[in-house]
Design a protein. Structure first.
Ligand code: FES
Length: 215
């Protein structure tokens, strides 16, 4: 097994939003009444993370506190509470595996084991080529398509098993487009019994219609 990379990093001394991102920041702040601008803290953390190669330095949290006129500790509290915010550098693909009960019952343990074996790292570690960081998170809100992985906070890969998740990893490593959503071919969250409404859409997309078998 390859040795997992110990990620060493330094906190940058300064952080400023790019002019383009500053427009986005202003857009979010403007959504809230005067005196309530702190409500923009979550999208601002997300913008900072995307600007800074998928992690949020302390200087960014301080800059957000300054822009929102709120105590730094309150920004830190939000950033440290949610697993979607990374407070240290991650691999190019940060894969967050849901292992909460519905995903676990659907086989997330086997999906995690297959990935750990394929990549040669354990949960919480980064591959030596810095391509993947894998971590464990609580419910990602896509339980009906369990097991689920979230990539870099945006892309969801669903209906995973120990076989199709390897194709996801290999596709990402090769820089190929990896389909988001279900990896067993079902339409969004269509139940195993097949479509019971919107049957015309299900038929067009090759999905099963209840009582009629696979179309
Ligand atoms: S339990 Fe895994 S997405 Fe909800």
């Amino acid at each position: 097994m390859a040795h997992a990379q110990k990620v060493k990093f330094e906190q940058p001394k300064e952080f400023k939003f790019s002019p383009e991102n500053m427009k986005l920041v202003e857009h979010h702040i403007a959504k809230y009444p005067k005196g309530r601008q702190a409500s923009a803290v979550m999208p601002m953390l997300d913008i900072a993370q995307k600007q800074n190669d998928n992690w949020i330095p302390e200087a960014a949290m301080e800059e957000i506190a300054r822009l929102l006129d709120m105590p730094r500790i309150k920004v830190f509290e939000v950033a440290t509470f949610y697993t979607m915010y990374n407070l240290a550098p991650k691999g190019k693909h940060h894969l967050q595996f849901c292992t909460t009960t519905p995903c676990w019952l659907a086989g997330s343990g086997d999906v995690v084991k297959a990935c750990e074996k394929h990549l040669g790292v354990k949960l919480g570690e980064t591959t030596p080529d810095n391509m993947f960081t894998i971590s464990e998170v609580e419910c990602l809100g896509a339980c009906v398509n369990a097991p689920v992985i979230q990539r870099n906070g945006d892309d969801f890969y669903e209906d995973l098993n120990p076989q199709n998740v390897i194709a996801v990893l290999d596709g990402l490593k090769a820089g190929k487009p990896v389909p988001k959503g279900s990896h067993t071919g079902r339409l969004t969250s269509l139940g195993a019994q097949g479509a019971t409404c919107l049957t015309d859409i299900a038929t067009k997309t090759g999905n099963k219609v209840a009582g009629e078998g696979k179309k």
